[in-house]
Structure formats: C-alpha cells, structure tokens
Design a protein around this ligand. Structure first.
Ligand SMILES: Nc1ncnc2c1ncn2[C@@H]1O[C@H](COP(=O)(O)OP(=O)(O)O)[C@@H](O)[C@H]1O
Ligand SMILES: [Mg+2]
Length: 231
C-alpha cells in the first residue's frame, strides 16, 4: 500500500537555534490512526506543522503522492485537515456557518456550494441547527466540533489533530472520540490523553528530543516508556 504521508529525514531548527526535529522519518497509511506520543517539547507539533508547509526544514515530505513544494502547497493543504489545540485560534468568523464555509470558499467554491458543504459537515459533527451562533458563545466541545467541521468541509484525506481533547470534559471527549472513530480519513493524533489515544489509535510513535525513538502498537509503546498515569 502506498502511504498517504511519507516524511523522510526531517530536520528543523527554530530561529533561536532550538533543534526541534532531528531526522524524523514517518509514514501514514490510508485509514490508520497513528498517535504521536512524547514529552512536552519533543517536537510533535513542529512535525505536524511541516506536513502542510506551515514550517519548512530539511528533508522530504510527500502527501498523497505529491512532493511538498511551493507549487503543490494548495492541493496538499486541501488533502490535510489540521485541527489545533486551541479552537479559538481556528474560529474567527461571526457565525458558525461562515466559519465552516471559509475553507471551501477559499478553495474557489461558490457560496452555494460552500454553504452546502458546510451544512453537511456541521450535520456530520452533530452541530446542525447552530449555524447562526457566534463561535465564541459555544462550549469548548462545540468549538472543537466546529473546528472539525471546518476541516471536513474541505473533504480532506488526512486529519491531523494536535491535542484535540484540551479543554474538553469527559462527555465532550467521548463524543469527539465517537465522531473521529467514524471518520474514514487517515489520522495523526497528538495527545497525552491515554484513554482517548487507546480508543482511536492503532499504532504509536514516540518522540524524544526531535527524533522518533520507537514505534509499535499503543500498549507496547506506553509500557516501554511508562507513558501512563500510574501513581
Ligand atoms: N516558535 C518557537 N521558537 C523557538 N522554539 C520553539 C518554538 N516552538 C517550539 N519550540 C521548541 O521546539 C521544541 C519542540 O517543540 P514542540 O514541537 O512544540 O513540541 P511538542 O509539540 O512535542 O510539545 C521545544 O524545545 C520547543 O521549546
Ligand atoms: Mg505540541
């Protein structure tokens, strides 16, 4: 099977000299959900930001067979939907509907087409009926769903979720897990939330100081690195 993401030897340093990625190679296959585990500051977010060209270091990235390059950025950004930790940074339009329409409009769909996509996506995440609400009036769980709808409206093939359970209470977290589990896209899940990771991920990689130092099934990795809350 051909991977939907293939990254080889990614290396990146921030302007202040911090080497955040130090030779990361990684593959994601259609339909799988891979957890990125590892301590705060180990490079997980930096890695995710490379996948759609928000950061650029050395090495190679291929998304759905396209090499990551300036010319390929627009189609690649349509293939990868990113959901970030802080939905407030992702939701910025006056209403929920406009927010979810933003991506489709931006990729050149007509308002009618974009509206239809947005309504379908909002229904998919259980947010139908809240189209006219202001995003900042929503609960954390609702905001996260709208953020997910915003990426689904682009029909991506890959979802990247960076700490998606932050600010969610257990019921909202459970709802999100159920929703994500039903979505057919290949997923990269960055999370410290082990019940959530166990519910979704089939495989895990472990980051340490900008490198992937191990990979395997979730339980194997958790055990090997003591990556569970045990008192
Ligand atoms: N904007 C930035 N400028 C400088 N260093 C950064 C920046 N963002 C992250 N870093 C550093 O890069 C390393 C990796 O960070 P990050 O990718 O955010 O890790 P993680 O997501 O695993 O917590 C850390 O040492 C962090 O301090
Ligand atoms: Mg991070």
């Amino acid at each position: 099977m051909t991977p939907v993401i293939r990254a080889a030897n990614l290396t990146f340093s921030y302007d202040d000299g911090t080497r955040a990625l130090d030779g990361v190679s990684f593959e994601l296959y259609p339909g799988e959900c891979v957890a990125l585990l590892g301590a705060n500051g180990s490079g997980k977010t930096t890695f995710a930001l490379h996948l759609n060209g928000l950061l650029t270091g050395e090495g190679e990235i291929e998304v759905c067979g396209m090499e990551l390059s300036k010319e390929n950025l627009p189609p690649i950004r349509r293939k990868i939907g990113m959901v970030f930790q802080d939905s407030d940074e992702q939701l910025f339009m006056p209403t929920v509907l406009e927010d979810v329409m933003f991506g489709p409009l931006n990729m050149g769909l007509t308002p009618d087409q974009a509206g239809a996509r947005a309504r379908t996506a909002l229904e998919r995440v259980g947010m139908a009926g809240l189209e006219a609400k202001a995003p900042y009036h929503l609960s954390a769980g609702q905001k996260r769903r709208v953020a997910v709808a915003g990426v689904l409206a682009m029909n991506p093939e890959i979802l990247v979720l960076d700490e998606p359970t932050t600010y969610l209470d257990p019921p909202a977290e459970r709802d999100l897990a159920v929703l994500l589990r039903e979505l057919p896209q290949a997923k990269i899940l960055i999370s410290h939330d082990m019940p959530f990771v166990r519910a979704l991920a089939s495989r895990a990689v472990f980051f340490e100081r900008g490198r992937i130092v191990a990979e395997g099934c979730v339980n194997e990795i958790v055990e090997r690195f003591g990556w569970d809350l045990q008192l």
